[in-house]
Design a protein around this ligand. Structure first.
Ligand code: HEC
Length: 115
């Protein structure tokens, strides 16, 4: 628990990811359609949808690009990905990373990933 608090605080301080020019504020604006499945703060209330909060921006962006190019295939995600540009995917990655893992205690069933 303590570890995840430290992670949360440090990821809020380091709001700009080092790898790319992902803009978390722009990503937030672009996440409106993602909320239905991935939760308002990137914590999904339904176990069939993965939590996105606190995942690395690089990972999220890479997954989005993989969905778009059909390297990773998922019929549910597909319609929401096709319209996104590379910049959109970088912004979304920055946004979800900036939320920090487990930032929303009010949703979800108290499930936490063990680290
Ligand atoms: C209709 C529900 C739905 C919507 C809307 C949706 N997703 Fe997803 N998303 C899913 C499902 C289901 C998966 C798991 C896919 C799989 O099993 O491969 C997923 C997986 C992902 C992953 C991979 C997570 C991981 O841990 O590997 C990312 C990143 C992601 N979604 C981002 C987004 C973004 C960004 C949006 C908005 C543009 C969005 N999703 C909209 C259902 C949705």
């Amino acid at each position: 628990m303590k570890k995840s608090m430290i992670f949360l605080v440090s990821s809020l301080l380091l709001s700009t990811p080092s790898f790319a020019a992902g803009d978390a504020a722009a990503g937030k604006a672009k996440s409106a359609t993602c909320v239905a499945c991935h939760g308002a703060k990137g914590i999904s209330t339904n176990p069939i949808y993965p939590n996105l909060a606190g995942q690395h921006a690089e990972y999220i962006t890479a997954q989005l690009k993989a969905f778009k190019s059909k390297k990773r295939i998922n019929a549910v995600m597909d319609p929401f990905i096709q319209a996104l540009s590379d910049k959109d995917m970088e912004d979304l990655g920055a946004y979800y990373e900036s939320l920090g893992a487990g930032s929303d205690d009010s949703s979800g069933g108290g499930r936490r990933r063990r680290r």
